[in-house]
Design a binder for this molecule. Structure first.
Ligand SMILES: Cc1cc2nc3c(=O)[nH]c(=O)nc-3n(C[C@H](O)[C@H](O)[C@H](O)COP(=O)(O)OP(=O)(O)OC[C@H]3O[C@@H](n4cnc5c(N)ncnc54)[C@H](O)[C@@H]3O)c2cc1C
Length: 410
């Protein structure tokens, strides 16, 4: 397979690169330490939904100016049709745009809305829902969070218990969600609820609802993680009234809507570039005079780094393969699980290899004291979540085995 750009793709890449150079606001560059994100697709030092409401005015305005610049071109949601605020780009052009953004270390904007909910609404939403929600996402004016997981219902999502009872033209929602990424910064939530508790098969009794996060009866409680950060939250629903018009798809058929949303979640390029950059930093450091003093390169470590380099190439090829399937008009299926599985485990292997190079110095936590800013020490902590966010590796293996290889269940 030849992945070289066609002349048209090369021209688009140059256009994207020039745009980023010209329009990325200087005030939005992180001033201090570049904290990694738990989400492998995110660029270290940025968290756009948080930055857009940051206390620091430079950062806040920078985040908003970047969103406005991207929105001018429809590049917040590049693959959507123009009528909803997208740019109508092909899957390959979107891939190239994101590749360039990651290489320039600038963040994508409004990811959950643009890449999870938006594509789902384009497939399953009513015209009214599309007209109401898509332009606001594409301008960076409305942010969304995904309320699927519950205490006791993560991998076994179909067992979820948040109830919605029909009352005239409304549903009344009661229950709890957990691990909702950035839910405390979101204007809206897309939520799975149980509408038929007696359904013969649990996933046949689930409905997909759109709920404003400030609706009466919604309580959002941030969860503090090991870093002291609050990347996700618990959300409680008590008698929350949701118009039937805010249901996506049919009642009791929300599972199928959710599955296409998860399919969109698992395709991406960002992680590959991030790993490539981290490995390049490691290699550069090991070859520098400082690296010769503070790190160790043994034959075994060299072998290990070469293996990681090869695996990053494999991940890149998997992402290109997925995007070429999308370009042919197919929704990502089990191939996206292959990406997710391989990428998640690779994240942890890269972190381990990098930390190993520093020997005892890998125990230094403070970035200012540690060689290479403790990049891999922090990555080891952050990469723990990779193998369960967006579906655990065991679940991805199940998907590959059953949907990809058609192995018998049970
Ligand atoms: C950083 C982060 C962000 C997240 N963001 C969101 C979000 O925005 N919205 C949201 O809804 N959720 C979110 N989640 C939750 C995430 O989707 C769940 O953590 C995940 O689906 C696993 O569910 P669980 O934590 O309940 O683990 P469990 O499902 O309880 O799994 C525990 C262990 O059992 C294994 N296991 C379970 N079932 C099987 C099986 N059938 N076969 C083999 N092994 C099995 C699992 O692989 C795992 O190792 C987030 C999680 C993290 C870590």
């Amino acid at each position: 397979m030849n992945w070289d750009d066609t002349p048209e793709e090369a021209a688009f890449r140059a256009e994207a690169r020039a745009f980023i150079e010209e329009r990325f606001p200087a005030s939005y560059r992180p001033a201090g330490e570049e904290e990694q994100s738990l989400e492998p697709e995110d660029v270290a030092g940025y968290n756009w939904p948080v930055d857009r409401v940051a206390g620091d005015p430079g950062r806040r305005e920078g985040a908003r100016a970047w969103a406005a610049a991207l929105a001018e071109r429809g590049w917040i949601a590049p693959h959507w049709p123009r009528e909803y605020g997208g740019a109508g780009l092909s899957a390959m052009e979107e891939f190239i745009l994101h590749e360039e953004m990651m290489r320039a270390r600038v963040p994508t904007v409004n990811g959950i809305g643009a890449f999870l909910l938006g594509p789902t609404l384009l497939v399953h939403g009513t015209e009214e829902q599309k007209a109401r929600h898509l332009p606001a996402i594409a301008k960076g004016e409305a942010t969304w969070a995904q309320g699927f997981s519950e205490p006791g219902s993560g991998s076994d999502l179909a067992s979820l218990r948040t109830r919605a009872v029909r009352d005239g033209d409304e549903y009344v929602v009661d229950g709890q969600k957990v691990w909702t990424s950035l839910g405390q910064y979101a204007d809206w939530l897309f939520v799975l609820v149980r509408t038929d508790p007696d359904a013969e098969r649990p996933h046949r009794g689930i409905t997909f609802l759109l709920i404003p996060s400030d609706a009466p009866g919604v309580t959002v409680r941030p969860i503090t993680d090991i870093r002291g950060a609050e990347p996700f939250c618990e959300i409680f629903f008590e008698g929350v009234r949701v118009p039937v018009a805010d249901r996506v798809g049919e009642e009791n058929r929300g599972w199928y809507v959710a599955m296409s949303a998860l399919g969109f979640e698992r395709a991406g390029i960002g992680a590959t570039i991030k790993y490539e950059q981290a490995l390049a930093e490691l290699v550069g450091y090991l070859r520098s005079p400082e690296g010769a003093r503070f790190a160790r390169t043994s034959p075994a470590l060299r072998q290990e780094i070469a293996r990681r380099r090869t695996e990053i190439r494999v991940l890149y090829n998997l992402a290109r393969y997925t995007v070429s399937r999308q370009a042919a008009g197919e929704e990502p299926d089990f191939e996206a699980s292959i990406n997710q599985l391989f990428g998640a485990e690779l994240h942890q292997r890269i972190a381990r290899t990098g930390a190993r190079a520093f020997g005892r110095s890998a125990a230094l936590w403070e970035r200012a004291d540690a060689p290479l800013g403790a990049l891999f020490t922090h990555m080891r902590r952050d990469s723990v979540a990779s193998t369960f966010l967006g579906g655990t590796t065991e679940i991805q293996r199940n998907v590959i085995a059953t949907r990809g290889l058609h192995l018998p269940r049970g």
